[in-house]
Design a protein around this ligand. Structure first.
Ligand SMILES: [Zn+2]
Length: 212
């Protein structure tokens, strides 16, 4: 039987860019995506800085090592590369996706004082790996936004290792966007889709409650 050729990491992420641009989650060259291509030593294929996600090409990526340094490429990796390498190293993520959506941005601001947004009672929560029922009180962490990605990656690592307040599936950055990950790209993409659906539901519901 002929072998089915699986797409390269670059081609798989080019597809993600087209999809997320169309959904309005990756407009204005914002956001970034990565896939782990080697575990030992750790290497990731990640979008290069400032590329239009609607029309990524195979030249718009960089391979980086576990410290976020480019390996054999002159492309500049995304400014947020250290968050990707931290998630790959500490959370064991195989793929990491980051979006800047309207609803995620609004929710990250509204709930920032509590440090988390709580999502409860929705069937779509079952799309998050390991969540078996809608009767789940799901707390999604919101970090303050910063341009100091190195400091943020240290905070993120601490929280990923803190078993009393575990971070799984994803987190929000205030007034910025969503990070979500999975064992592979399909799982990471599913988590983004689930979170973005739930963000819109939660914020729209609050708006309806205000006017009725
Ligand atoms: Zn971002």
């Amino acid at each position: 039987l002929p072998r089915v050729q699986s797409p390269s990491p670059q081609n798989a992420l080019i597809d993600i860019g087209g999809l997320f641009y169309a959904r309005g989650w990756s407009v204005g060259t914002c956001s970034n995506y990565s896939i782990v291509t080697s575990r030992d030593p750790l290497q990731l294929c990640i979008t290069a800085s400032g590329k239009d996600k609607r029309s990524l090409t195979e030249h718009d990526f960089v391979t980086v090592d576990g410290a976020g340094k480019p390996v054999g490429s002159t492309n500049k990796p995304s400014a947020e590369t250290l968050l990707h390498t931290t998630l790959a190293r500490v959370a064991g993520a195989g793929a990491i996706l980051h979006t800047h959506s309207v609803w995620g941005t609004l929710l990250s601001d509204l709930d920032h004082p509590a440090g988390q947004t709580v999502i409860e009672g929705y069937e779509m929560l079952k799309g998050l790996s390991g969540v078996g029922t809608h009767e789940t009180r799901y707390a999604l962490t919101i970090f303050p936004n910063t341009q100091d990605i190195e400091a943020l990656s240290v905070d993120l690592e601490k929280r990923l290792r803190d078993e009393s307040r575990p971070i799984r599936h994803g987190f929000l950055l205030r007034n910025h966007g969503l990070y979500a990950w999975g064992n592979d790209l399909a799982e990471a993409r599913r988590h983004i889709e689930i979170f973005e659906f739930l963000f819109e539901v939660v914020v729209r519901r609050r708006m309806i409650t205000l006017i009725r």
